[in-house]
Design a protein around this ligand. Structure first.
Ligand code: NAD
Length: 441
């Protein structure tokens, strides 16, 4: 992304203009972009080869988040999501965050875990010791199972064995899957290791499959926002853009918002009921990027929530603290994403999403996805801490309500504006607004 992800007024453009802007900014051929986005990119004949019992295609909106800058690089971030306000919220928070330089992110280790379960082990402690001693032999066997991955510089890296009790032990093989999500690669390795593992352990071979709690493939994202970026009223926002000084009432408003967001973070840290919703807000952003790029959102969700509960107390994946006049957010979660393999082989829209993003490794994709998750979290917390979530959410939701009521073309915005202004965002209210707009026939 050479030209940046800041495109003021993007949302006001028509669909064709938006496509043209993204094509030029991302350096993606417009015809290719249009082809990949028409009808979701996947035809029924291809879909019929992807899963079973196919009847057709199910569409979802494909949009882009703006303003995202990760480790100094601007990214237009494709997002696929059915919920109104998710893309706007992420873009809005990313705009605030880029004022302080954008997101910093890193991937920790990047190793997937394959599990081999052995049951009915006579002497578990001795079996663990024997398997640990056999590590070089096990790694050699694992290496032979994935020659293509080895050729790309990946492969098995370590063996870890645990006694689970009840005469059951589990062997973990840690695998660098490079740019693949790695489920099939890891499963291949786990299956190759199964028989010899059972033999060495002196037990019965059980399951051989990856763990979706890929806590050795974690991504860490952080961001910093000055209080003045968080002021809530439009008048204050304009003053903040002009750079109001620290004594101004606007700035004090901003500090109050910082404290309210920190308090919301503490609430999530104390209460799993709140933490679940806090994390859902993070996954709003992450899942939308995961879906757009053809990745396995069930794997990501399973890993995220298992990681959130790792201490035995379900906790928020991101926490927020005050540092002087800044709000600082930190997010960490396991994220197994690929830019090769899986659905990407067959889905032109997923491949287009990767082109728009301009990432060249799975690690880069994970860092962007986590950053968008942090942005989504900030946006939700800011709304909750100030005007409440419903105002912004429902005014964007109003457009889909207007469509559901039968509004067409320009009528959608007019009806949405009417019901949003009246504060009654229901299909019935939209139907009334629509019939008033159309007048007597
Ligand atoms: P995959 O089976 O397509 O394997 C990746 C392929 O890409 C390999 O053949 C590899 O050699 C090749 N490759 C090309 N360039 C590469 C590079 N730079 N780095 C790494 N590999 C490269 O995909 P996968 O990632 O092993 O598995 C992902 C799929 O498995 C997803 O569709 C997922 O839904 C599915 N799956 C998930 C689970 C789970 O999460 N529990 C279980 C089973 C299957």
């Amino acid at each position: 992304m050479s030209e940046g992800s800041r495109i003021p007024g993007f949302y006001k453009l028509g669909l064709a203009e938006r496509r043209a802007v993204v094509s030029s900014r991302a350096g993606v051929d417009l015809a290719e972009l249009e082809h990949a986005l028409e009808a979701g990119g996947l035809d029924t004949a291809t879909a019929d080869k992807v899963v079973e019992n196919v009847l057709g295609i199910y569409g979802l909106p494909f949009g882009v988040a703006l303003n995202v800058r990760v480790n100094g690089i601007d990214r237009l971030v494709p997002m696929v999501v059915e919920e109104p306000s998710v893309i706007a919220a992420a873009s809005n928070a990313a705009r605030m965050i880029r004022q302080s330089g954008g997101f910093r992110a890193e991937v920790v280790e990047s190793l997937m875990i394959g599990q081999v379960q052995i049951t009915d082990v006579e002497h578990p402690a001795a079996a663990v010791a024997r398997l640990e001693a056999a590590t070089p032999r096990l790694l050699e066997l694992a290496t032979k199972a994935v020659p293509n991955l080895i050729a790309r510089g990946g492969g098995p890296r370590a063996i870890d064995v645990r006694d689970l009790g009840q005469r059951c032990i589990v062997l973990h093989v840690l695998v660098d899957c490079r740019d693949a999500m790695g489920a099939n690669l890891v499963n291949t390795i786990a299956e190759a290791l199964g028989p010899i593992t059972a033999e060495i352990a002196g037990g019965k071979l059980g399951l051989r499959i990856l763990s979706n709690l890929c806590d050795r493939r974690r991504v860490h994202a952080t961001c910093r926002v000055h209080a003045r970026e968080l002021v809530s009223s439009p008048r204050s926002s304009k003053a903040a853009e002009r750079g109001s000084n620290s004594e101004s009432p606007d700035e004090l408003d901003g500090l109050e918002v910082v404290d309210a967001i920190v308090s919301a973070s503490r609430f999530a840290e104390l209460d799993p009921y709140r933490a679940a919703t806090h994390n859902k807000g993070i996954m709003n952003g992450i899942d939308a990027v995961v879906l757009a790029t053809g990745n396995d959102f069930r794997a990501v969700e399973a890993g995220a929530h298992a990681y959130a509960a790792r201490s035995g107390h379900y906790a928020p994946l991101a926490v927020w603290r005050r540092d002087g006049e800044d709000l600082v957010g930190q997010l960490e979660l396991p994220l197994s994403l690929g830019i090769v393999g899986g659905t990407l082989r067959v889905h032109p829209t997923a491949r287009l999403a990767l082109k728009i993003l301009g990432v060249s490794s799975a690690d880069e994709l994970a860092m962007v996805a986590a950053s968008v998750g942090l942005a989504s979290n900030l946006s939700a917390l800011r709304a909750l801490a100030t005007e409440g979530i419903q105002r912004g959410h429902m005014s964007l939701h109003a457009r889909s309500v207007a469509s559901a009521a039968g509004a067409l073309g320009d009528e959608v915005e007019l009806v949405a504006a009417r019901i949003a202004t009246d504060g009654l965002i229901t299909v019935e209210a939209a139907e009334r607004a629509l019939s008033q707009l159309r007048g007597p026939r």
